[in-house]
Design a protein around this ligand. Structure first.
Ligand code: C5P
Length: 270
């Protein structure tokens, strides 16, 4: 976009400043996992994920305020840029991001399953013995992660670490809000035959210091979506999300080195 200053080009999204207090978030068709951005975009992905996030924001209203301003993204770009942003962007409030990835899990997968096998707990949350890959948990658990520097993997941390980072009241509010959001979303998805195995929320603080839900919510980039009718405890379910790419990257090699351990790719040109 030439009409707005680029604030940050993320792995998947580009953020543009709209004045001092708003951001135009444009979701590209790029796909990334483990900090690797794939060369080939997926046509339509940015628009699809944006529409899903907008739908979920609507469903989750009432639990916590979200970052949407309610204004049309098309209203802040030049006329020749409308097609570029239409359907794939959100005009949002500028917030102070909280440096915690608020992950909630209803089932054991990914790093949750890995940690459980080592310690029978995830992020310090003790779990019953005898759980298997993809087991449903007795109740949803909050397993935060710290946002890592570019090139590093996000690190699972304990709730107590988040208290050290942001203080007890905010840490507890984020935990309780994330669990409430996941629980409502999982119940809605269950009615459509979809298991949301786990998901990640991000929050920011507005000028008044209030907690606001931000980013993209409950998309297949930030969640594991499993078809309930193909779910078998103990097996890797088909996953309607980025899991295929993660699995592939975990076994892919470049010059004999695991691809996921390669140095971060150069920044994309602005
Ligand atoms: O890989 P892991 O099991 O820790 O991921 C848990 C959940 O959090 C998954 O739904 C994943 O999509 C999401 N997540 C994310 N961004 C991260 C880390 C995890 O969206 N940086």
């Amino acid at each position: 976009l030439h009409s707005l200053p680029l604030l940050a080009r993320g792995k998947v999204r580009d953020n543009y400043a709209v004045g001092d207090d708003r951001i135009l978030m444009v979701a590209s068709d790029r796909i990334s996992a483990f900090d690797v951005i794939m060369d080939d975009p997926i046509p339509g992905k940015g628009a699809l994920l944006t529409q899903m996030a907008l739908w979920w924001f609507e469903q989750l209203k009432g639990i916590v305020p979200n970052h949407l301003t309610g204004e049309a993204p098309e209203s802040v770009v030049a006329p020749d840029e409308v097609a570029q942003v239409a359907g794939r962007s959100m005009l949002v409030q500028r917030l102070k991001p909280v440096p915690i990835e608020a992950v909630v899990r209803g089932y054991l997968a990914g790093s949750g399953w890995k940690e459980y096998q080592d310690s029978q707990s995830v992020c310090g949350v003790p779990l019953p013995a005898g759980l298997r890959n993809a087991s449903q948990l007795p109740q949803p658990i909050y397993t935060p992660a710290a946002k890592a520097e570019v090139g590093e993997h996000d690190e699972n941390i304990t709730y107590e670490r988040t208290v050290d980072m942001v203080g007890e009241p905010l840490a507890a509010q984020i935990r309780d809000t994330a669990i409430a959001l996941y629980s409502r979303a999982a119940a809605i998805a269950a009615k459509k035959g979809i298991i949301i195995a786990d998901t990640k929320f991000e929050f920011g603080l507005n000028a008044a210091g209030e907690l606001v839900l931000m980013d993209e919510v409950l998309t297949p980039d930030s969640s594991r979506y499993w078809p309930a009718d193909q779910y078998r405890e103990g097996e890797n379910p088909p996953s309607f999300d980025k899991q295929y790419l993660r699995d592939w990257l975990e076994q892919a090699t470049v010059d004999g080195q695991p691809w996921a351990k390669q140095p971060p790719p150069p920044r994309l040109p602005d």
